[in-house]
Design a protein around this ligand. Structure first.
Ligand code: ADP
Length: 451
């Protein structure tokens, strides 16, 4: 006996992870992970199911006996076609998040894009070679969708397996459905999708529920095989990047309040802000995911980021050492001059300029001074990014920033950023998407346990 538990499974690019949390304290009880191998790749549905079993095998039996919820996140826009009557039987795909239909199947994708452009609103999020809807329409252009075929996103596929496999309904969530064309304002599939190909595309897409909504109990055989209580429930999941946000925000005292943000300081700079309003700006790649009622997760991603440090030969050890004696104002002047892009990709956010070039000069004599200027310039781009989101309509004003990624634990940098942003900046305590999706599994109150 003991408190009921929730387990989150995150399917990512390099492997899958599971995190078990206590439903009362939200503390981590167990962590397991598996890496994709060359044979069992990230794009193998069979590997996803084997991974789920292996991760559960790693959880102590006593914990499994107290499991009340299971929730799964997957990579955004990774999807496949399956038999409607048996969601584990794959008919086509998967086409993973980075599968670009326009490159991989150009003739069919061109036909799909033409059909989609005729009906979808201008600049719609599905108008991209990698969107899940483009994958579905490209399959249709290759060979017409059969009435027996149904679309599942990666997370839906694994969830259907856990709810019993053959015979289980495929259910998805607002977040996974966004790039499949789901209207997150009206909470329904749009009429223009129904009109496409005589309704064939609309017939293939799954039922959509709120992320975290309970979709059913675990399958009986699955429960027996893993020693889960039959009353353990599966909750609708989300995408891996939203799960990572929920982890960082939830573990850092944000707890889902509007105005709270998570900045990811990894190779690139990504901003995610909770807003009471929906904000979209296709030209700058800004769009909003729907979270709860009246709550939107607004995101923007800059091509600047920490990649520039490695490009300029700063090792992680040197970064930590040089940063140690900086104050919040060190390097401020150079911070106004640099634009720290790595590579040649131009910029999209906070302003759209595909021809933008990095500005990494002048190079001061001191390495420390150089680094301080670069850190300040990234802090400047971050602050401009949040200012832009606010300008585009995000509400209320920025209240606090938790930080994820390799730059999160640089205290001097956090002080520079806090000064520019004018709000507290902390390092996220837990940025693990599997932790975030375990939290999401508890979104709906647990039934009272009969112990
Ligand atoms: P990725 O986006 O590749 O997953 P990570 O979140 O792992 O990136 O972060 C790696 C980046 O963090 C590297 O580019 C590295 O330069 C940067 N980094 C590591 N330590 C520090 C530090 N103390 N200060 C600033 N940046 C750092």
């Amino acid at each position: 006996s003991g408190p009921q538990l929730s387990i989150g499974f995150d399917y990512g690019t390099s492997g899958a992870r599971a995190v078990v949390i206590d439903s009362a304290t939200k503390t981590v009880q167990h962590v397991a992970d598996v890496k994709w191998t060359a044979e069992e790749g990230y794009d193998s549905p069979q590997a996803w199911l084997s991974a789920a079993a292996a991760l559960l095998d790693d959880v102590p039996a006593a914990a499994k006996a107290r499991m009340a919820r299971i929730c799964v996140s997957g990579t955004s826009a990774s999807c496949l076609l399956v038999e409607r009557s048996d969601p584990l039987a794959v008919t086509r795909g998967p086409a993973m998040y980075n599968y670009n239909t326009l490159r991989e199947s150009p003739a069919a994708a061109a036909a799909a894009a033409a059909a989609l452009e005729r009906v979808a609103p201008p600049l719609h999020t599905t108008l991209s070679g990698t969107s899940a809807l483009m994958k579905l329409l490209t399959w249709h252009a290759e060979a017409p969708l059969g009435a027996h075929e149904a679309l599942a996103h990666q997370a839906d596929y694994v969830s259907a397996y856990m709810r019993g496999g053959a015979g289980a309904e495929i259910v998805t969530d607002w977040n996974n459905a966004l790039k499949t064309g789901f209207d997150v304002e009206q909470l329904r599939w749009p009429d223009w999708l129904r009109g496409l190909h005589g309704g064939a595309a609309a017939a293939a897409v799954p039922r959509v529920v709120r992320p975290g909504a309970v979709t059913g109990a675990v399958g009986a055989a699955f429960a027996r095989r893993h020693g889960l209580p039959p009353r353990c429930e599966v909750a609708a999941g989300t995408t891996d990047s939203i799960a990572a946000f929920l982890a960082a925000d939830g573990s850092s005292g944000g707890g889902g309040g509007a105005g709270h943000a998570v900045t990811s300081l990894g190779s690139t700079l990504a901003l995610k802000l909770l807003s009471a309003t929906r904000v979209e700006d296709a030209s700058r790649g800004v769009y909003s995911h729907r979270l709860g009622d009246g709550m939107w997760l607004v995101g923007g991603a800059s091509n600047t980021g920490c990649a520039v440090f490695r490009q300029l030969g700063f090792s992680d050890a040197e970064l930590a050492e040089l940063s140690a004696d900086m104050s919040e104002s060190t390097g401020e002047e150079l911070g106004e001059v640099y634009y720290p892009l790595a590579g040649q990709q131009g910029e999209r956010f906070p302003f759209n300029d595909p021809d933008m070039k990095a500005i990494l000069e002048p190079v001061p004599a001191s390495r420390g001074e150089y680094l301080a200027g670069l850190l300040q310039s990234l802090a400047r781009v971050e602050a401009e990014g949040y200012a832009l989101l606010h300008e585009l309509g995000a509400l209320p004003a920025l209240a606090a920033v938790a930080t994820a990624g390799g730059g999160a634990n640089n205290g001097a940098w956090s002080a520079m950023r806090a000064r520019r942003l004018g709000v507290p900046v902390t390092a996220a305590r837990n940025g693990d998407a599997a932790y975030g999706v375990a939290l999401l599994g508890l979104a709906q109150p647990l039934p009272v346990a009969q112990q």
